[in-house]
Design a protein around this ligand. Structure first.
Ligand code: SAM
Ligand code: SF4
Ligand code: F3S
Length: 440
């Protein structure tokens, strides 16, 4: 039996691509290895949204020379977003000559043919720079038994000036409405209890389809799918978050009360230079309308500090919005210039020491808010979807609230994997909440 090991970097989109890669490999007779040392095929599914993960990939793949020397039949592959960057395949060939297989984000489905070549002793390097059609019915080896990722659209048309994603994932392409509905139905039948709909900007879903239906229509169609208790989605762009969408979510039973709304920056000047298409006031108005229509919802965000030209006053605007909205949590990033993007060419780059000072201040402010909000959960009874054993403590079970807060609690007869249970929060903390199962 040949064994494979996949190491994934980046967002859920990449995690899900890795599930499809695993599906294709298992169809070919490969089985999963527990560690790279045991594998006959190692694939790195890469991310290039910031510089750090990219450096890590080069380091890790260079380390594999040792394994390859011990086992010359070992196949090493690199795929994903990094590979799609201009000149990257050539760079990989020059710097990492022990790599046998290179493929991009748009020709994932070609893996079996490429492996035929590699298994016959050749190298296979194939990266498409134009998106082909959407390939349906690829095999999937899902990593989780409770929650399933479902891609609803590929690519991005937004070209936020800092972002590499539109260059490496191509233009927006929506899957057919019926294909998505069918997939979610079959997930419900197969015992999955939650679906997470994926797209770089799910709010643009359907714009390229002929049938006139949009993301709100999709949520409405999926709500109530037998077996599916919860629907989540990521990521939604604040600019395109329509009132129709808010009202649809408010009226739905299974779409969760969690809104991930990447703000990126608080200053209108920076937002304009980022090409985000909304102002601070519009963002705040959106938050207000969401909270009015969906009481008790959690709101989380992504923030970037040190965008070119960001002054102390601009940064203070980010802090101001953070304090005003009181996000449940935030992913905070230091601006990382990406080759080929507009922001990387801007002249007024912010010095590294200023960036790191700002991110520390931002994290401090946000963490205090997160802790304060979660403290308010003490004694409350929440509905948790049990995901399984806690990763950090096998004596405990773990699950999430509808608002996407991680809760751990002692094992209990009333709680099995995939069930909904009532949990009273006994000890709220910054990231993980501790609780106990109660009747109800
Ligand atoms: N499409 C989603 C959106 O619009 O929010 C997610 C895009 S990206 C995968 C996730 C986050 O990475 C972004 O929201 C942004 O905060 C951050 N990001 C993207 N490019 C970046 C860059 N060049 N430097 C620092 N952070 C970046
Ligand atoms: Fe990047 Fe903006 Fe597209 Fe998100 S919406 S993937 S941040 S270009
Ligand atoms: Fe990274 Fe590609 Fe996702 S660049 S964040 S893996 S779309």
């Amino acid at each position: 039996m040949r064994k494979y090991f996949i190491q994934t970097f980046g967002c859920q989109m990449n995690e899900h691509d890795s599930e499809i890669i695993a599906g294709m490999l298992e169809e070919r007779g490969y089985i999963a290895a527990d560690a790279p040392e045991e594998a006959d095929l190692i694939i790195f599914n890469t991310c290039c949204v910031r510089e750090n993960p990219e450096r890590k990939v080069y380091g890790r793949v260079a380390d594999l020379k040792r394994l390859k020397r011990a086992n010359p039949d070992l196949i090493i592959g690199i795929c994903g977003c990094m590979v799609q960057q201009e000149g990257e395949a050539e760079r990989i060939a020059a710097k990492l000559p022990h790599v046998d297989l290179v493929f991009g984000t748009m020709n994932l489905h070609r893996l079996p043919e490429l492996l035929d070549r590699v298994e016959a002793g050749h190298k296979a390097v194939e990266v498409w720079d134009e998106e082909g059609g959407i390939v349906e019915h690829l095999p999937v080896r899902r990593a989780d038994a409770v929650s399933a990722w479902v891609t609803i659209m590929y690519g991005c048309n937004n070209f936020c000036s800092y972002c590499i994603v539109p260059y490496v994932r191509g233009r927006e392409r929506s899957r057919r409405f019926e294909d998505i509905v069918e997939e979610v139905k079959s997930l419900g039948r197969a015992g999955y209890r939650e679906v997470v709909l994926l797209g770089q900007n799910v709010n643009s879903f359907g714009r390229d389809l002929e049938d006139g239906r949009d993301f709100a229509d999709l949520l409405q169609a999926l709500d109530g799918t037998p077996g599916i208790y919860r629907i989540r989605y990521t990521t939604s762009h604040p600019r395109d978050f329509s009132q129709k969408l808010i009202d649809t979510i408010a009226a739905s039973r299974t779409v969760c009360e969690h809104f991930h709304l990447p703000l990126q920056a608080g200053s209108d000047r920076v937002l304009a230079r980022m090409n985000r298409g909304y102002t601070q006031a519009q963002y705040l108005d959106l938050v207000r309308r969401i909270r009015k229509a969906v009481p008790g919802s959690s709101i989380t965000t992504d923030l970037i500090v040190g965008f070119p030209g960001e002054t102390e006053e601009d940064f203070l605007q980010t802090l101001k919005v953070v304090q005003e909205v009181r996000f449940d949590s935030a992913f905070t990033f230091v601006f990382s210039p990406r080759r080929g993007t507009a922001a990387a060419r801007m002249e007024d780059q912010v010095p590294e020491d200023v960036k790191s000072e700002r991110i520390q201040r931002l994290i401090e402010v946000q963490e205090a808010i997160t802790v304060e909000i979660n403290r308010g959960l003490a004694g409350k009874v929440v509905e948790v979807l049990v995901e399984g054993e806690s990763k950090t403590n096998p004596a405990m079970l773990a699950g999430r609230t509808r608002t996407n807060k991680l809760v751990i609690f002692p094992r209990d007869d009333r709680a099995c994997k995939g069930s909904l249970v009532k949990v009273r929060i006994t000890k709220p903390q910054a990231w993980t909440q501790i609780g106990e199962v109660v009747d109800g």
